[in-house]
Design a protein around this ligand. Structure first.
Ligand SMILES: *Cc1c(COP(=O)(O)O)cnc(C)c1O
Length: 406
């Protein structure tokens, strides 16, 4: 039987038209019409029309999370989601001897850019409903950092794991009380919504990823959702080696080569034509898992905790109840035993993210833990949900899992 992969990219067929156009016009460079077009497509998708709030003032880089500022947001296309986090930290002035709070239960790309600017990540554990940053623990962590270092953390990076929205209202409330800006890591949450608003548009910055296995792809790429035009211009300047607009090469600040290429952006424009279909597909796959897993004791499907949460279900994830046993668990642990059993059936699965506070590279970073992410890591697995997973594949996956139970 064919191998079922976690999440493959899937082309609309229009990508080549945009790429051919770039070749025809010799725009085989970073920047160009596809980059501008892709940014417009993203803004059209994520940002409600600016006509709704014509009288707003430009925001500054303090914290203004108010939803009225949504209409002013601008999106800058970049070479990666990781680059977007890096530039958000640079734009916020985070540097040496600063601390940044990062969700511990995540992919390492959420935390790595903190070290690029010479700052220290401070890890905060998750709450069990969404698997994302625990707002109560966040509050305690901030108070403790101030007591221990005499300084406020410079930013907070919550993550939307597997597309599931975090308890972002509560996180924003804590952030506003301490006056600390929020950078949402929305890399896995393209199209997810919390209380009807898109993830990635709540914080002062939001980051997106268009890597090969994400909800939509540019082969590799990302974007930074900026609070307004002025800051988007600053971020674009940083992303293009901080060239000043004069005829010679003039630099007032450090620069980066982080702009998305015009070819990659062409893929992105093609992908945007089927973004809604991708989202509908992933939510449909989750619904199929829901129905089939309801009859399988011992397996719990990670799902929206309430109607406020509207995950894109980029990857579907399961956990095992404490009593469930998996065949072939020779001490490797249940997730690994199940992963091996499914691999033999030609089904690709993946461990849940290993928390950052358990990673050797980050072992000396402060961490505020409550056991939630460690527990999930020890008893969960990610299942395929991509464009090539249909009802037959879901049945095959659920049957294979059911047979692997002891
Ligand atoms: C993919 C991912 C990133 C990084 O995005 P790239 O485009 O691969 O650099 C950051 N955070 C999370 C949670 C991710 O899953």
């Amino acid at each position: 039987m064919d191998r079922i992969l976690l999440c493959l990219c899937h082309m609309s067929g229009k990508e080549m038209d945009f790429i051919n156009e770039a070749f025809k016009d010799n725009w085989v460079v970073p920047l160009g019409p596809n980059v501008i077009g892709f940014e417009k497509d993203l803004e059209h998708f994520f940002i409600p029309s600016s006509h709704t709030h014509p009288s707003l003032q430009a925001s500054d880089l303090k914290i203004s999370h108010s939803p009225e500022l949504l209409a002013q947001k601008k999106i800058v296309a970049l070479s990666a989601g990781t680059a977007a986090i890096h530039l958000a930290l640079v734009a916020l002035g985070v540097g040496h001897s600063d601390e940044v709070i990062v969700q511990s239960f995540t992919f390492s790309a959420s935390a790595n850019p903190v070290t690029y600017v010479g700052a220290t990540p401070v890890f905060v554990d998750s709450e069990p409903d969404t698997w994302n940053m625990d707002p109560v623990l966040l509050d305690r962590a901030i108070a403790d950092r101030i007591e221990k270092t005499g300084k406020k953390p410079k930013a907070i990076i919550p993550v939307y794991l597997y597309g599931m929205p975090a308890k972002i209202s509560e996180i924003l409330e804590v952030a506003a009380r301490w006056e600390i800006p929020v950078i949402e890591d929305s890399a896995e949450a393209f199209g997810s919504k919390y209380k009807g608003q898109f993830c990635g548009t709540f914080g002062i910055f939001g980051i997106m990823s268009f890597n090969g296995n994400k909800m939509i792809t540019t082969s590799g790429g990302g974007a930074l959702v900026c609070p307004d035009e002025e800051i988007a211009r600053l971020v674009t300047c940083y992303a293009t080696q901080s060239r000043e607009p004069v005829p010679w090469y003039e630099h007032e600040r450090v620069g980066f080569n982080y702009r998305l290429s015009n070819i990659s952006a062409g893929i992105g424009r093609g992908q945007m034509t089927i973004a809604e279909e991708h989202l509908a597909h992933h939510r449909n796959v989750q619904q199929q898992y829901r129905e089939l897993f309801a009859a399988i004791p011992g397996i719990e499907l990670h799902d929206n905790p309430s109607p406020d949460f509207d995950s894109n279900f980029w990857l579907c994830a399961i956990t095992f109840t404490p009593d469930l046993k998996i065949k072939g668990d020779d001490g490797c642990g249940r997730p690994e035993a199940l992963r091996r059993a499914l691999d033999k059936e030609n089904i690709e699965t993946r461990h849940l993210w290993k928390p950052m506070h358990l990673q050797p590279f980050f072992r000396n970073c402060p961490a505020y833990v409550n056991g939630v992410s460690e527990d999930l890591f020890s008893r969960g697995l990610c299942l395929p949900a991509g464009p090539y997973v249909g009802p037959d594949e879901v049945k095959r996956i659920v049957n294979a899992i059911s047979s692997a139970r002891l």
